[in-house]
Every structure is written in structure tokens, then in C-alpha cells.
Design a binder for this molecule. Structure first.
Ligand code: PSZ
Length: 284
């Protein structure tokens, strides 16, 4: 029987009872995280916990346990499910209350649910590269919050699927923001550019790690916005996220960059690889 996390307890999936009055159903009123597990270890878990608490705070959800205790419940979930390679999904909704836009006028306990999923690293695509398509970013202006209301992102991803692409690269008035579920990077003249972490993007945990690892290696990485024209004239393009890691983009709409990932992308991929394997070696 599948084990899941429900309000701090590990229970059988069948035993979870979420009310029809949960605000996650009514309004998508909650926040979430996806943490990658490699070889039984949670990767960059502290960063995910920090962002979860930041997201919750920004929408006025109070969690009564510490981030460390929250993380301990995710580790317990991993152990209970025996997950070795995959992801932990966890969401926090504002809780159960008769439908009304305004926050509940009494203190209501947030509903926390978590589950695991087995997943392999997308090694083949990471090697060959993928295609992307440019679309308009029609989402709201609080993209820094990892909200469970993902309609804009869902519609954006569907456009990619319908265009036969791996990802949609979104822009606002010609300025590239991010993918439907990834951060976007370009390389031009050996300098890496990615949109600054503000309200227009989700500050990816993978994004933050890439910037850290790359700069330590002396790669020039600038958190500076770029236009769709600059995207199309770039030397290299890649998208990044928890499950796609560093995914080279070898074609955007009709523009073909090269037959294989470029040198800076490959270098960053190898730095991230090394970081991931160091995690596993801590355990053994
Ligand atoms: O498994 C999946 O499909 C996942 S796991 C994480 C994501 C998708 N997406 C995270 C994300 C995002 O939703 C948006 C809009 N921008 C950037 C990212 C990358 O964030 P990190 O690196 O924290 O996963």
C-alpha cells in the first residue's frame, strides 16, 4: 500500500481524507515544493524548505513547525516509501473552510500532503538536447511564490506539447522570463545570462545552484534579463529545474543552434553532476 504524508503522519494513501471545503480545491490556495531524491538522499533540501516557508509567509500561511522538523517529515516519508531515485511532492493548503474568497476568520490548520514518485534522470535528452517554443507570458505578477495555482503554467506547457516541444519559453513584452516549469539560461560570448530573481520568475533551486557552482569555477554568470531576439542570437540555450536538471535547448521554434549541446552547457552539466554525486558519496 502506498504511504503518503498527511499532516505530519505517514499513512496509507487510501486513508487520507481531504475535505471538499479545502481551499486548495476552491482557490488553489496553497504552496508546494518538489524535492529531488538521488540514491536515497534529498538534494538541496534546505533551499527547498527555505523557499516553501518564504512562499507560505508571502501568502499568510503560518506553519507551526520549524523548517528542520518539516524536512524531517519528508525524510520520514522517503524512508516509509523506500524511494531511492525520484521526487518528493509536498503541498500546504490554507486549510478547510466553507467557500469564501477572504481568508478564514478563525485560525484554521493548514493541510499538508506529501507523496513520492520514482523518476529517472532524463539522461538521453540531457545529452541530445531538446526543442523549445517562444510564447507570451500571461501569468500573474507573483511568480516568485511557488503557488499550487498553476493554470498559467499548465496552459504554457500544453502549448509546448502541441508544438512538439519539450518546453515553452515565456516572454513579457519581448523580455524572456522563464519556462513553463523551468528557468531559462542563454550563453553569449562565454557569458551566461538568466533573468534576475524577482516577482517575474520562480527562483529555481537548480538555478541558484548552477549560479553558485558556475561562479566558483570562474564562469561569468549574470542575473540579467535578455530579450527574445537575444535568445534567438545566443550561442547556447538551456533550461533548468529539479527534474530536468540542465537541459540543453538545441532549437527554439525555427532557429537551430547546433546539433549538440554547447561547451558552456556541458561544463555546467558536469559541475552539477559532480555536485549530485558528492551528495551520494556523503551517505556511503
Ligand atoms: O517534476 C517536474 O515536472 C518539476 S519539478 C520542479 C518543476 C517541475 N518546476 C520548477 C520550476 C517552475 O515551476 C517554474 C515556473 N520555474 C522554474 C522552476 C525550476 O525550479 P527548481 O529548480 O526549484 O525546480
Amino acid at each position: 500500500m502506498e504511504k503518503v504524508l498527511w499532516n505530519g503522519k505517514i499513512v496509507n494513501k487510501e486513508d487520507v481524507r481531504i475535505s471538499i471545503d479545502d481551499r486548495a480545491f476552491h482557490f488553489g490556495d496553497g504552496v508546494y515544493e518538489v524535492v529531488r531524491v538521488y540514491d536515497g538522499e534529498l538534494y538541496l533540501a534546505d533551499g527547498h524548505m527555505k523557499r516553501l516557508y518564504d512562499s507560505a509567509r508571502k501568502i499568510g500561511i503560518q506553519l507551526d513547525m520549524t523548517p528542520d522538523d518539516f524536512l524531517a517529515s519528508l525524510v520520514e516519508l522517503r524512508e516509509a516509501t523506500g524511494l531511492i531515485d525520484g521526487t518528493i511532492y509536498v503541498q500546504v493548503s490554507r486549510g478547510e473552510w466553507p467557500r469564501n474568497h477572504a481568508f478564514p476568520d478563525q485560525s484554521v490548520a493548514p493541510q499538508i500532503v506529501g507523496f513520492t514518485k520514482q523518476a529517472k534522470r532524463p539522461l538521453e535528452q540531457m545529452k541530445s538536447g531538446v526543442k523549445a517554443t517562444i510564447i507570451e507570458d500571461t501569468r500573474w505578477l507573483h511568480c516568485d511564490i511557488k503557488s499550487i495555482s498553476l493554470l498559467g503554467n499548465v496552459l504554457a506547457k500544453q502549448k509546448a506539447v502541441e508544438a512538439g516541444c519539450f518546453e515553452s519559453i515565456q516572454h513579457r513584452d519581448g523580455v524572456v522570463t522563464e519556462g513553463s516549469s523551468t528557468n531559462v539560461f542563454i550563453v553569449k560570448d562565454a557569458t551566461v545570462y538568466t533573468h534576475p530573481a524577482n516577482h517575474l520568475i520562480l527562483n529555481g533551486i537548480t538555478r541558484q545552484r548552477i549560479i553558485e557552482l558556475g561562479r566558483k569555477e570562474g564562469i561569468n554568470i549574470r542575473e540579467e534579463a535578455f530579450t527574445t531576439d537575444q535568445l534567438l542570437q545566443a550561442d547556447e540555450v538551456f533550461v533548468a529545474g529539479t527534474t530536468v536538471e540542465i537541459m540543453p535547448v538545441i532549437q527554439v521554434d525555427d532557429k537551430k543552434y547546433s546539433d549538440q549541446p554547447g561547451p558552456v552547457t556541458l561544463k555546467l552539466q558536469s559541475l552539477l553532476n559532480e555536485d549530485i554525486s558528492q551528495l551520494a558519496s556523503v551517505k556511503h
